[in-house]
Design a protein around this ligand. Structure first.
Ligand code: GLN
Length: 483
């Protein structure tokens, strides 16, 4: 049963082949049996899952239908879940039980999903390897010695290991697409504002966006359908109608114009990945797409700009964790300053402290113009590059990551080496554009992903291209050994 996709589960439930409770119990047993080796969950919510599954079965028995009614999923542990620990993988929030559900969580619950647990992640979503979690690193099911990518590494590893058919995740600089690539999944970062950020613990508010991680584009369409939509509680949520993402999956790719940015294929890209990306382009050409080279000339400035903007916003967002209002408080503070200092010093891990310091520095008087303002200007240039490119092409295609999943620990002494892994994903966040990563092959038995980018609100086009590609390839159907 654990091999079923969300779409297959929907059919099985509709045809009464199994109940949501049976499926939920089977997956929970699998999580308890296999997850100790992977560490993809921070909390497994057995009781909640069983009660939600029973409720979904009752709704179905009463005549309700719906693709997500009774579908088991997991939530990245930065979505607030009422009465359930929401830790952000930080000691700071180890004891935090959210008083309400995030909009993503409540919308999916209304659609009938069943929450099996909260998935592991990099602390406060800062990272590309899922090594900075207070609860320990997540292992890549394709090879336990390697990272699954981050920061949504727990969601990715759980879905890749067939512990869950799909999970929610978030992407500030690549945290849905990069782990999708490194674990052979399909992951979609929607347009900024497409999915509500309300109840999602903020990292960098102008970049954060939630989306689905699943094995197929078809499943991403189903999950996104349940997540997307206007939310008055999020001031950056956009009031645009949500299209039927499943309806456009099979649209023809005849004449689709694909742009290959020359900057995506330069130095730094593993040539074996480049080869697989070119092979995916060939497949899409066979389906009728036409390919042309394009240029995104300001891409080289994206990482420096991002690593000013994201830490700047993080330093502001994380100032609320002061030992007074939320989470961890140090023992026996002697005065208020000591309370702040030690609560934050003991509650946050090294990478989070590094980002807070970088961000506070970039925002400080005297440096604001030199760093933050400059970074915002680069952001505009990057957006302009994309707008110019999308005059000529319908989607942009390239590698999701420059390298394969690296060995756990390999980049621990060099944070910048890890930052550079985001080189192809970060631009979409800076511009607010939707992006998708889909499985495109293996090198040394480790997965490789191809990234597709589209104009604002064209998530449907990304899912369509990925779905058609998945009709003629089988990379997305392969499971890691033993799973
Ligand atoms: N790796 C990037 C960072 O560390 C992106 C993380 C994310 O998308 N949440 O900031």
């Amino acid at each position: 049963m654990h091999q079923l996709t969300l779409a297959e589960i929907a059919r099985g439930l509709a045809d009464k082949k199994f109940s949501s409770e049976e499926l939920t119990r089977a997956l929970l047993a699998r999580i308890h049996q296999l997850d100790p080796q992977i560490n993809s969950f921070i909390s497994v919510t057995d009781e909640l899952a069983i009660s939600q599954a029973r409720a979904a079965d009752a709704r179905r028995a009463a005549g309700e239908s719906g693709a997500l009614l009774g579908a088991p999923i997991g939530h990245k542990d930065l979505f607030c879940t009422q009465g359930i620990r929401t830790s952000c993988a930080s000691k700071m929030l180890d004891n935090f039980k959210a008083p309400y559900d995030a909009t993503v969580v409540s919308k999916l619950a209304e659609a009938g999903t069943v929450t099996l647990g909260k998935t592991n992640m990099d602390e406060f979503a800062m990272g590309s390897a899922n090594e900075s979690s207070y609860y320990g690193p997540v292992k890549n099911p394709w090879n336990f010695e390697h990272v699954p990518g981050g920061s949504s590494g727990g969601s990715a590893a759980a879905v890749a290991a067939r512990l869950l058919p799909a999970a929610t995740a978030t992407d500030t600089g690549g945290s849905i697409r990069q782990p999708a690539a490194l674990t052979s999944l399909t992951g979609l970062k929607p347009t900024y504002g497409r999915v509500s950020r309300w109840g999602m613990i903020a990292y960098a508010s102008s970049l954060d966006q939630a989306g689905p991680l699943a094995r197929t584009a078809e499943d991403c369409a189903l999950l996104l359908q349940g997540m997307a939509g206007f939310d008055a509680k999020d001031s950056t949520s956009i009031d645009e109608p949500v299209p039927d993402y499943s309806a456009s999956l099979n649209a023809s790719l005849e004449g689709l114009r694909i742009g290959l940015p020359k900057e995506y294929f330069g130095a730094g890209l593993d040539p074996r990945i480049a080869e697989l990306v070119q092979a995916s382009v060939k497949e899409l050409e066979k389906l009728g797409a036409v390919v042309k080279e394009i240029s995104l000339p300001n891409m080289q400035h994206a990482i420096p700009a991002y690593y000013v903007i994201a830490p700047a916003e993080a330093s502001s967002n994380l100032s609320r964790f002061d030992g007074v209002r939320f989470g961890y408080r140090c023992e026996n503070p002697v005065d208020l300053t000591d309370l702040y200092k030690r609560s934050r010093g003991e509650g946050f891990g090294a990478e989070v402290q590094r980002r807070i310091m970088v961000g506070a520095y970039a925002l400080s008087a005297g440096y604001y113009d030199a760093y933050y303002l400059q970074a915002q200007k680069i952001r505009r240039l990057i957006k302009n590059d994309f707008m110019a490119a999308f005059n000529d092409v319908d989607v942009i295609l390239g590698p999701t990551t420059p390298n394969l999943a690296w060995k756990i620990g390999a980049k621990n002494n060099d944070p910048v080496a890890e930052y550079l892994e985001d080189v192809y994903t970060i631009t979409a966040n800076l511009a607010g554009l939707p992006g998708l990563s889909m499985p495109a092959g293996f090198v040394d038995s480790l997965p490789v992903g191809v990234q597709l980018l589209a104009p604002y609100f064209h998530e449907g086009r990304l899912l369509n291209v990925a779905h058609r590609y998945q009709q003629v390839t089988d990379w997305h159907t392969r499971a890691p050994n033993g799973f």
